[in-house]
Structures are given as C-alpha cells and as structure tokens.
Design a protein. Structure first.
Length: 127
C-alpha cells in the first residue's frame, strides 16, 4: 500500500491540497518499506488525484479535503481518510496497528469554491 499524507513540518496538514509537502509512505505487511517527503506539486482541480494515481498511491490522509476532491480520489479508487491530526509519526504508528480513525473533514469550504490557486488557506472549523 502506498500512502500520501498531507504534511506541514512533522504534522499532518489540515488541508490536503494546500499543504506545503506530502509524506509518501509505502507499507508492506504492516511495516514501512519506504518514506519520502515531496513538495506539493500544485493545487488545481483534478490535478492531485491524477498525480497520486500515477504514483500508485492507494490512500491519502489529511486533516481535510473538499468534497469535490474526495469524489475525484474515489473515482481513482484512492481511499480518503480525513479528520486526522497530530504528528506524522504518531499517525503512521496508528495506521500500522490498524487503529487510525478518520472523521469529519477539518476544512469547512463548499465543494472547493474559492480554493483556486489565488487562495492560500481554507477556513478551518473553530476559526
């Protein structure tokens, strides 16, 4: 399984498309066999689902992602786990133990409206 985690430093980023980096992890038999951090290649409608599908990613993990993005990942048969926060290492530990639980997306935007290249952040719950 190949996983893309939205990251900001050592932490899961609250918004998948607007994170500075992605941590790409390959897991086999509940063990990490490879891990790399890549810069976010850009955010425009439909790009990241295609990008990660071409990389062989099976699952994305983030604090949040818009409903349209989630639907585009689903079309590519890429599992979406949102509502995740904390240190990337802790999230990976939970994932490997089968204890990672997703939840409600931490981003509160309407189907991606206003999240073009000109927008630098989303309106997260609680702000």
């Amino acid at each position: 399984m190949k996983i893309a985690i939205s990251t900001d430093g050592d932490f899961v980023s609250p918004h998948f498309g607007r994170c500075p980096n992605f941590t790409i992890v390959e897991v086999d038999n509940s063990k990490i066999i490879s891990r790399e951090v890549i810069a976010n290649p850009g955010h425009h409608p439909g790009f990241l689902p295609e990008f990660f599908d071409n990389m062989g990613v099976n699952c994305i993990i983030a604090g949040g992602a818009g409903t349209r993005a989630q639907a585009l990942f689903a079309e590519k048969q890429i599992q979406v786990i949102v509502g995740v926060s904390g240190r990337v290492d802790d999230v990976l530990e939970k994932l490997l133990k089968g204890e990672l639980k997703g939840g409600e997306s931490l981003c509160s935007h309407d189907a991606g409206k206003g999240h073009g290249m000109e927008k630098s952040e989303c309106e997260h719950h609680g702000k």
